[in-house]
Design a protein around this ligand. Structure first.
Ligand SMILES: Cc1cc2nc3c(=O)[nH]c(=O)nc-3n(C[C@H](O)[C@H](O)[C@H](O)COP(=O)(O)OP(=O)(O)OC[C@H]3O[C@@H](n4cnc5c(N)ncnc54)[C@H](O)[C@@H]3O)c2cc1C
Length: 153
């Protein structure tokens, strides 16, 4: 992952996630607004490289990751160099995002089974909803309501 601190305003969060079918070596990129005076965070851009491509840079101590990511993002935003104030490179393998093919279908089938009728064990956790704290809380609330419904019948 390469984080770019930007020298201009970002109006709202925006970006793109790419599927495996796309030619780009990027996982996703995302622009975030920020105001150091208000929330301590500057406007920034995250660029995440697909795991397969990243392994090469991890093995190479992350050398040239910044140049590689900048080349990729420049294809989408030709004027990006003018907009960058600072760059932070993270190349630890353990935070490399991976999106397993077919996982959404498997999770949806699992949830349909869990929701079909009363169970002795109910499963919750971010892996059933999405990779974030909000998702984890949402599946907890949803499952809580499900348990109440199943066991009052
Ligand atoms: C580096 C990193 C950065 C992240 N940044 C963000 C972020 O900015 N914003 C955001 O929304 N989310 C972020 N996340 C994701 C967020 O942390 C998770 O989505 C959230 O913590 C999931 O909550 P959970 O309760 O489902 O699971 P967890 O928080 O993983 O809780 C599971 C708990 O179960 C315990 N456990 C596991 N196995 C057993 C066992 N056999 N017996 C007893 N206990 C067990 C574990 O020790 C753990 O305490 C980040 C995650 C990582 C790794």
């Amino acid at each position: 992952m390469v984080t770019y601190i930007l020298n201009h305003e970002v109006e709202k969060v925006h970006g793109l996630y790419f599927t495996r079918d796309t030619q780009t070596p990027l996982n996703f990129y995302k622009f975030y607004p920020g105001d150091p005076d208000k929330d301590g965070k500057p406007p920034r851009l995250w660029v995440s490289i697909k795991a397969e491509r990243l392994q090469h840079y991890v093995a190479d101590n992350g050398e040239n990751l910044q140049a590689f990511a900048t080349d990729c993002i420049r294809e989408l935003y030709p004027d990006i160099d003018k907009r960058i104030r600072e760059t932070v490179v993270q190349y630890n393998g353990y935070i490399t995002p991976e999106f397993p093919t077919g996982q959404i279908r498997r999770v949806s089938e699992f949830l349909a089974t869990q929701e079909a009728g009363p169970k002795n064990i109910y499963y919750v956790g971010d892996y059933l909803s999405g990779a974030g704290t909000g998702c984890s809380c949402a599946i907890g609330r949803r499952t809580g309501r499900l348990v109440a419904r199943h066991w009052q019948e």
